[in-house]
Each structure stands twice: as structure tokens, then as C-alpha cells.
Design a protein around this ligand. Structure first.
Ligand code: THG
Length: 599
């Protein structure tokens, strides 16, 4: 079929559905919701068999839905309606939720129901639920609806609230008052629920140390107590605020400004001097406290040797910051390095901290290092928000790309362990290439990769991609992948050799399979390491890694400092969420030259 996506943006769900449908032989063209006139034009140009709205905030014009079936992907159970579906489900503490595919009609979300898929709720942010449970349910429901549509004789079910299986209801758009935190009354669970219901957008409006701002990226903080609402500590950019029965870490803030100039940044950066009197809690010292488990997110002091302190001292006052972005654990001679950075963005310091943690891991007596990334993202490369906030974005870009390159080089040059990138979450841009620095790459089946930079203002890219990509997929396919700017699904990535394997199931099933796979690598480690040393030596003799880096960075220098400001403009638009003014040509098949509208 010819399927047209009408969508606010090509977000992760739209990308995943695009991949699932094209993999089943459908042709998918995309049009962003710019205006009714543009939407009408897109439909006239493409003449789709079916219209799907994976992520649409505005009404589809009547002139379209009267004439043909338009399927809306709604992140709620049957009968649920309104623009804040998932927000309400989280705030109300629903234990089970779902995704409904319904037909567009005059009344918003009140059209006939084509399919529904359910899932158990998890204590996680809205965007985490969206990227995992909602996405998997949406894929199932959309594929079911598409099959029903193709059958030609399916009659969708009208929304009838008298039916017992229709348990949802209309919910209005959620306002800030609906989720405002009452610090003197709310316990940790309530605070987390409120912040999570609004994370990544719009955030919970609050005041921190006198500064009005939106809160994001909340985690429980064990072992810390204080006067409810008070900022009692900070660590690696995150702040810790006491609740009535504990405390929470808040990683990111967005200042509330009247102009549209503010964007999300690490909390400590937004607060600046306001934090002067707030104590910084040290991480538990590096690395591997408590028999191989624990935090290793702090670079060792300059005097540090390769040795691991046998009996690490406790941090200040014995305070343990329970949540860490970088964690390391060992199981049966396999080291797992987790790096869970907000939105997968890795700033210069995060790259440096991760490099230190990685190097510490390489000094352990292990056979395999698993680069586990984070729960929702493996990595998305350099940190565009931090770069945007810098006095010199060009200098900050340069520092960041060099820091991530240092990390990539350390992974490529590791010769004492077999390295495995295990992607439970998506990876994009530099993050996708960083994954390829490991000897082996595996991904969860639902993972979407975006191994290209071009969409960010024609950025050339680095992370040794000119070495890493062609050696996996060949020069021709490498050019295709980087030029096309399209997402690549894990299955497809496996088929073309971009990755080595992909595993079905949810996160838990994925990690079981990763452990088994890594166990196999551990068994074969002596042979694999001999092969790796030989290959690396051969590659280095052919063309030194330093040359790949120098060539890439020469291009990047032009992107950062040169005459053409495209990268700076694209980054500004990305960071400030400037609405799209048109659909990129590579997605809008119907706007390729030569297409004429049919009336
Ligand atoms: N029919 C048609 N078009 C649609 C839907 C539909 N487009 C997408 C839409 N469903 C998705 N669901 C909703 C439901 C409610 C609202 C928006 C999308 C809504 N919006 C407020 C408004 O338009 O005034 C404003 C909300 C806001 O400010 O974000 O209530 O079923 N044809």
C-alpha cells in the first residue's frame, strides 16, 4: 500500500512505524503538519491508500477524513481521549495502559476504533514509557489495523461508553496546576509521579532557590534527607531536593523566561551561583566499590595509578548518591558499563568521565566489556544543548567532538578485552558510530539507528566513522546510509552487517540474551583478541587511526568555524524546538520533482 504519515514530526515512534511498514513492503511517505493547505496538497500529490497519524497534535481537515480512512495513533486505552493521555495515566498511577488506533472524525479521538494494544505501566518518565511500552504497543496496534484495512471488510467499532470494554474517558489538556508539586506534602513517590508525567515535555513548573523553572529527569535519592523542598546537595550537575520522606535527584532544568530563549540544561548549570552554599556530594570513589559494583563516574585524581583501591573510603559523611549516570558491574568475567545520559546526549565532561570509567574497566581482570548505554538511549553523540549554551558554540563543539573521539579511540584500541556494544535503546549521529567502535554490536529488535550526521546542518561527522562504517558495510552502502539520512531498524542493520545480531523481546529479555552472547565471547576471548590485535595492526599499517581522525576533524573544523553557518542554524532550531516549516525532501516522496497533484 501507499501510506501517508501525517505527523507533527518524524519522532522515534514515527520512525519505528515507518521501518515496520516499509519492511512489510508498504511505501511510506511523510508530511509534517504545517498547515491544512499543505496537508491537503500532500494528499493530492501522493494519493495514498491509507493515512496514518503517528504523532499528530492538530485536527486532520474534514475534507480529508470524509474521503478516506485516517488512522490516529492515540497513547491511551479504548475510550481515552485528549491531548495529555500519557500524562494523566502516569499522574493517576494507572497500573495498566494502552495504545488505541482510531479513525479520525469530527470530534477529537471519538472516531471508530480499529485496534488496541495494552501494556503494564512502569515507574518511569513519560518519554521513557513512550519510547518503550507505547512504541511496542503502537507497532502491534498499527500493524493489526493495517491488516484489517487491507482485508477490505473490517468494520471498526464505534466509541460506545456503555460497552464494558471501553474504560477510558476524555481528559483535558494537563495544566501546570494539575501537577504542581506541594513540597511540604508530597512524598518521593508523588514528586516522581508529577515530574515523570511531564518529562520530556513540558516539565513541571516550580521554583528552585528562587528561580522559576521547569523540572526534568527525576530519580529517587536514597540515604539523603532534609527539610522538604530544600536543595540539600548537588552532584555531577544534578541537584537533590528533600521530600517529606526522602529526596529526589533532579538532573535537568529549564529556566522559565518570558521569551522563548530557554532550553533544558543540567540543573547545576541553570542555578549557577545560587548553588554556592549547597554541598556537593562526591560519588563513591572510583572504581568498583563493593566488590565490583558501584559508581565510577568521577575521573580519578591525577595521582591515580592503574591500581584499584582495595578498600575505598566512603564519600563525605557516608552519603551515597543512589542514582548515577555511569555505573559498572561485573558478572562472570564480563564487565558491564552503563551510561544513562539524559536524552543520550554526551557533553565534553560526560565523555571524559565515561572515558575514565571505561579505562578503569579495561584494567579489570575481565574478558569482555559490554558497553550498555542507557535504558532509553544508547547514545546520541555530542551534547547540542550544552554547545548552544556555551560562550563559543564552535569551541564547545570542537571540545566535545574531541572528547567523544578520545572515547571512541580508547574503545577501538582496547586489546585486553573483547568489546560489545549492546543497544537496548536507540542511537543516533555520533552515538551510532561510537557503538561501532566496539568489536561486536548487538541491538534490541525495536531499536532504531540513525547512523548519519547530515540532517544536523550538513555536519560531516567524526567518531572515526570513516574507518568504522565502511569496514562493516562496504564503501557503497556507507555512502548510501550517510546520504539517505533515513533511520535504520535493528533487523535491517543486522542484515546489512552494520551490527552483528539483534534480539527480540523487551529490555529484560534483551539483557538475558546479551549476557549469553557476552558469555560466548568470553569463552572465545583468547582467539578473538589475537584476531583483533592482528587486524588492528594491519589496519593501522594501512592507514593510522590518527589520519582518519585528522581528516574528519578538518571537515568538522569547517562545519564549526567556516563560512557556512548551516550547522549552527540547525543546532539552534533543534535546541529551541523551532517548528518545522516544511517536510524534508527525503521523507516526502510525494514532493520529489515531477510529481503533479491529481484533482
Ligand atoms: N480527528 C481528527 N484529527 C485528529 C484527531 C481526531 N488529529 C489528531 C488528534 N485526533 C489527536 N488527539 C487530540 C485530542 C485533543 C486535542 C488534540 C489532539 C486537543 N487539542 C486542543 C485544541 O485543539 O484546542 C489544544 C491542546 C493543546 O494546546 O495542545 O484538545 O480524532 N480529524
Amino acid at each position: 500500500m501507499r501510506i501517508l504519515f501525517l505527523t507533527h514530526s518524524f519522532n522515534s515512534l514515527a520512525q519505528r512505524l515507518y521501518l515496520e511498514l516499509t519492511a512489510r513492503g508498504h511505501e511510506v511517505s511523510v508530511e509534517f503538519d504545517i498547515s491544512d493547505a499543505v496537508t491537503l496538497e500532500a494528499v493530492a500529490l501522493y494519493r495514498p491508500d491509507l493515512i496514518i497519524a503517528p504523532f499528530l497534535k492538530r485536527a486532520i481537515p474534514e475534507a480529508i477524513w470524509r474521503k478516506q480512512v485516517c488512522l490516529i495513533v492515540h497513547p491511551g486505552i479504548k475510550g481515552d481521549r485528549g491531548p495529555s493521555a500519557l500524562d494523566w495515566a502516569i499522574l493517576n498511577g494507572e497500573s495498566e495502559w494502552g495504545v488505541t488506533v482510531l479513525q479520525a472524525a469530527a470530534e477529537m479521538d471519538a472516531g471508530d476504533i480499529w485496534a488496541e494494544a495494552r501494556f503494564a505501566m512502569r515507574a518511569a518518565s513519560k518519554s521513557s514509557l513512550y519510547r518503550n511500552e507505547v512504541t511496542e504497543a503502537a507497532v502491534a496496534a498499527v500493524l493489526e489495523a493495517v491488516t484489517k484495512f487491507e482485508s477490505g471488510d473490517f468494520v471498526p467499532e464505534p466509541l460506545d461508553y456503555s460497552r464494558p470494554d471501553i474504560r477510558g474517558q476524555w481528559h483535558p489538556i494537563m495544566r501546570q496546576e494539575d501537577r504542581a508539586i506541594a513540597w511540604r506534602q508530597d512524598d518521593t513517590a508523588a514528586v516522581l509521579r508529577k515530574i515523570r508525567s511531564a518529562d520530556g515535555f513540558p516539565g513541571v513548573l516550580d521554583e528552585v532557590l528562587g528561580l522559576p523553572c521547569y523540572l526534568y529527569d527525576a530519580h529517587p535519592a536514597e540515604g539523603l534527607r532534609g527539610t522538604p523542598g530544600e536543595v540539600i546537595a548537588h552532584n555531577n550537575g544534578a541537584i537533590c531536593r528533600a521530600t517529606t520522606n526522602g529526596a529526589v535527584w533532579i538532573g535537568h532544568l529549564k529556566e522559565k523566561r518570558d521569551g522563548e530563549l530557554a532550553f533544558k540544561l543540567p540543573a547545576a548549570m541553570v542555578l549557577g551561583d545560587r548553588l554556592a552554599s549547597v554541598p556537593e556530594v562526591a560519588d563513591l570513589p572510583p572504581p568498583f566499590d563493593k566488590g565490583g559494583l558501584g559508581g565510577i563516574s568521577q575521573p580519578p585524581p591525577s595521582s591515580a595509578t592503574n591500581q584499584i583501591p582495595p578498600n575505598p573510603p566512603l564519600s563525605k559523611g557516608g552519603i551515597a548518591s543512589s542514582w548515577r549516570d555511569i555505573r559498572y558491574e561485573e558478572k562472570n568475567s564480563i564487565g558491564f558499563l552503563h551510561f544513562d545520559f539524559y536524552n543520550g546526549a554526551m557533553g565534553t565532561q560526560q565523555c571524559e568521565r565515561l572515558l575514565h570509567a571505561y579505562l578503569a574497566a579495561t584494567r579489570r581482570d575481565t574478558r569482555v566489556i559490554v558497553l550498555a548505554g542507557g535504558a532509553d538511549f544508547w547514545s546520541n553523540g555530542i551534547h547540542l544543548n550544552l554547545i548552544e549554551a556555551a560562550d563559543s558554540p564552535a569551541d564547545a563543539s570542537w571540545a566535545n567532538i574531541n572528547a567523544i573521539n578520545d572515547l571512541a579511540r580508547a574503545i577501538i584500541e582496547t586489546d585486553n578485552q573483547v568489546t560489545l556494544s549492546a543497544l537496548c535503546g536507540n542511537a543516533g549521529a555520533g552515538g551510532a558510530f561510537l557503538a561501532l567502535a566496539a568489536d561486536r554490536v548487538v541491538a534490541r529488535e525495536g531499536v532504531v539507528l540513525n547512523p548519519h550526521y547530515k540532517a544536523m546542518g550538513n555536519l560531516y561527522g567524526s567518531e572515526y566513522w570513516t574507518y568504522l562504517l565502511p569496514r562493516r558495510v562496504g564503501a557503497e552502502r556507507a555512502a548510501e546510509i550517510t546520504e539517505n539520512r533515513l533511520p535504520v531498524g535493528a533487523r535491517q542493520a543486522d542484515k546489512i552487517g552494520l551490527i552483528g545480531d539483534c534480539f527480540a523481546g523487551d529490555a529484560a529479555a534483551f539483557w538475558r540474551q546479551v549476557e549469553e552472547f557476552a558469555g560466548g565471547l568470553a569463552t572465545d576471548a583468547p582467539d578473538l583478541l589475537a584476531e583483533k590485535r592482528q587486524r588492528r595492526g594491519h589496519d593501522e599499517a594501512q592507514k593510522p587511526l590518527a589520519d582518519y581522525r585528522a581528516e574528519e576533524l578538518a571537515n568538522m573544523k569547517r562545519n564549526f568555524y567556516g563560512f557556512d553557518p548551516s550547522y549552527h542554524v540547525a543546532r539552534y532550531n533543534f535546541v529551541h524546538k523551532v517548528p518545522h516549516s516544511r517536510t524534508p525532501r527525503h521523507l516526502a516522496l510525494h514532493r520529489k520533482v515531477g510529481k503533479k497533484p491529481v484533482s
